[in-house]
Design a binder for this molecule. Sequence first.
Ligand SMILES: [Zn+2]
Ligand SMILES: [Zn+2]
Length: 156
Amino acid sequence: MRAIWLEGRRIRLRDDVPVPEPPPGEALVRVHQAGICNTDLELVRGYYPYTGILGHEFVGTVQQGPEPLRGRRVVGEINAVCGCCSACRAGRRTHCERRTVLGIVGRHGAFADYLTLPSPSRSPPRSRSRSRFLCTPATGCSSWGTGSSASWSRRP
Ligand SMILES: [Zn+2]
Ligand SMILES: [Zn+2]
């Protein structure tokens, strides 16, 4: 699949990254659009030593996952937590000992054709308009489309 890969402060478009195989409890999501935010730019500048696929703001469709989510359009919660460590059990999910963060810490991100995330950490988008959802003034982001979705992400 295609992916924007960060390594040693250099980004490059790769087309040889395998489609991820979702581990148990995770879903495979086909990415339609992803937003570029300042965190991505800071990662490229080297503020945190991340190697892998960038991107943590996206909308996509669940390809593999639990029945109620399959085929649904979803957005992502960027923090992926284990749900069973002492912090998770105490309700402090952001302090999970095994936490990964989409496209930032220990988990490949959304600037790719596919990504995986734990199933419970995703929720359906609030807006019916895909483009508007990712490009509200509040987020101030740019949009990035992939594959067949590129037609509706094109700017006038
Ligand atoms: Zn961000
Ligand atoms: Zn945990």
